[in-house]
Structures are given as C-alpha cells and as structure tokens.
Design a protein around this ligand. Sequence first.
Ligand SMILES: C[S@@+](CC[C@H](N)C(=O)[O-])C[C@H]1O[C@@H](n2cnc3c(N)ncnc32)[C@H](O)[C@@H]1O
Length: 424
Amino acid sequence: MAEHPAYPVGLRLSGRRVVVLGGGQVAQRRLPALIAAGADLVLVSPEATPSVEAMADAGEITWERRGYADGDLAGAWYALIATSDPDANRAASAEAERHRVWCVRSDDADAATAWTPATGHSEGVTVAVLTTDARGRDPRHTAAVRDAVVEGLRDGTLVAPHHRTRTPGVALVGGGPGDPDLITVRGRRLLAEADVVIADRLGPRDLLAELPPHVEVIDAAKIPYGRFMAQEAINDALIEHARKGRSVVRLKGGDPYVFGRGMEEVQALAEAGIPCTVVPGISSSISVPGAAGIPVTHRGVAHEFTVVSGHVAPDDARSLVDWRALAALTGTLVILMGVDKIGRIAETLIAHGRSPDTPVALVQEGTTAAQRRVDATLATVAETVTAQDVRPPAVIVVGEVVAVGAGAPPDAARPAPAGSDPQK
Ligand SMILES: C[S@@+](CC[C@H](N)C(=O)[O-])C[C@H]1O[C@@H](n2cnc3c(N)ncnc32)[C@H](O)[C@@H]1O
C-alpha cells in the first residue's frame, strides 16, 4: 500500500455513521472536525477524556461505554481506530477491511486504509496536507506546510485571489505607519486581492513592490507642500475603477480616519453607490512615538494624550485647535503635520503656561529603516528642527513622557537601515 501515494478526497459525512474506537487524546483531537462534518458519531470506549465526555453529554456523539466488539463497524462509512489495545486495533482494522470501511489507525499508519491530513481553514477553503507515503510520514512537516499555507492566505503573503465570490468595490485600508509588518492581516489580504491600488506616499510602500504585475498601482502622492493629487481626483479614480468591476484598494498611511480624509472618500463612494469597506490601521500618532521608545501615556506621568494637527499655525484663522486649552493640560501632546509650524506652536504653548523646559521629541520616518529621533524642549525645538534638518513626515511629542523611555532598548523589530530602498 505504501508504494503509492494516498489519493486525496473530501468525505461528505453528514448524517453518515462514523465509528470511533478509543476515547483518548487522539479521539479528542479528531472528534471536533467529525462533529463539524455532521457525521453520525458513535464512540466505543470504556473511558474517555473529560473533553470527549463533554461532547457525549452535549449530544454531539453517542458514547457506548465498553471495549471494541466484532461487528461494531457494520454499517459505518468511516472509522477511527485509536484504542490503547493493539490487539483490538488490529481486529478492528481487519473488520474494517472486511466491510470495506475506510479506517484511520493511530498506532499504525502503514496498516491503515486512510490517513488524516493536517488541516486548516481560511476564507472558505480547507487546506489539507498529506505525506506522500507512510514510511516518509513526518507529521510535524505536514503541520508546518499546513500552517505556512493557512497563515500565508490569512495575511496575504500567499496570493490566491477569489474569483467567483469577490465583490467589486473599494477597500479603504489603513496601512500603518510605514513598516510593512504593521499593516493588519485583513488589509494585507485585501491588498493581495486587489486589481488596482491607489496609494499614499506615507504607509507601507514596500508592499507595493510585492504586488503581481497585473495590479495597477496609482500614486496619490499627497506630498506635503509638493505636487499632490487633489482629493476629488482620488475620489474620481476610486469610483471609475470600481465601476469597471475591479477590486480597488485605497492604501492609506496610518489609520484612514486620523487626519486621513477617509470619511470624505467613504462619502464620495456612498454617493456614487459603490460598496466600500474600511479597514482600520495603526496610526502613526501612537506607533511612531512607541517605535522611538516613547509611550504616549505612563502611569504617574501622563493620564491623557491629545493628538492634534499642526498643519496650520495657532494664529491662523483656519485653525480649529484651542491651543490655550492644550497648553493648560499636563499630559502628552502628539502633533502630526507640525514640523513647519513647530516654532509658532511652541511659542503659543509657552505663552499660555506650558513650561519652556517641557521635553519634546521629533520622530521622523518612524518605523522605517530611515527612522530618527531628535530631542529638544519647547524652548529649543524651533532652532533644533532647523539645526538638525528635521523634515516631514515626523510625529512631534510634547510632554514628560518623552523623558520616561530614556535608556529603553531600541525597537528590535524595526527594519535595519537598508539604504537601498528608493522609497526612503
Ligand atoms: C496626513 S497625516 C496622516 C496620518 C495617518 N492617517 C495616521 O493615522 O498615522 C500625515 C502625518 O502623519 C505623521 N506620520 C505618518 N506616518 C509617519 C511616519 N512613519 N513617521 C513619522 N510621522 C508620520 C506625520 O506627522 C505626517 O505629516
């Protein structure tokens, strides 16, 4: 039997008699999948583990509390032989052969007529992995192959697009702060299934290089103070591609709803009648300070943190920020898009009572290989930014938490400087 590979097949066991001999660990592991398959399960065993007993108590299996007896496999479609008695296993195996019942044996795979694959599930498919022959059986290897496939499908590193069930539309995906490992599992999967990706400059740009050649990548290029694609043009592109029946991913930096104009895109899509899903992302406002060793809160130091946009100066009529109120707070201030205006922001905070000695950190290109952190105080930050040539994108953290992490080990998970990445 072992000279030929096993023939893989999916058994449809719903309502069909399946006999399990032995109520130990093997049965405990195998029974849930047999129950899920709807099999009419009969367990023959004098004893059972508490979990197996619970399945019997719940009516999921019929438990006959006795040892195996000849004739138990009559009428069965499938059998799992897993008693601790080798003689009983052999006898049951012989009976299965006589009745032509496919049977798995926990003690002797070579003598069995069927093998249980290592299985896993992802998005409506079952992945089942079998070794080619009994002598070469390596259950850890089959389980590892199964894990690699299932994990890859889940996180999108294995690309297996749906073709029949895929619904066209737009997914607004928060890509996280830049490190490609910091996108969500759902975001990565949607990216792997996209026909069109419209990407911001911020976010996990490295992931774009992994997309298959047929995927159209459009650069939304909202570069601060440089060329930018107007929001309306982005909305139009999203609508136009979705209307062609394509799966569109709008890949955004951080979280789509944190200074990301995500809701404007959701509203435009809703008005156009395009289905849209929003996948949250890890916002730079928390993750970038964290990557530089700065916790936005710390017990006994900061009981609040406020995330604020610094893209317009405090004295600008368009500003919606109450800087006076922010100056009165004692907690952490996290400023996004504030590199250009930090001088006037710092002056305003000091003028309204925040100490000039308040620590400030600027974290540029956080979570990427180019990350750097520059420290200052409210009094010195303007000149430090100029002297150190700090540039966007940077997250600015104001508050005593900046000093808390001093001496903490660097973020070991951050990619090492590569120097070869043209995006950086
Ligand atoms: C338009 S806002 C978008 C924020 C994004 N939605 C989020 O949740 O992180 C862009 C600003 O986020 C900050 N930012 C985003 N990614 C960053 C990174 N990797 N390093 C430093 N700052 C970042 C910078 O302040 C940048 O100017």
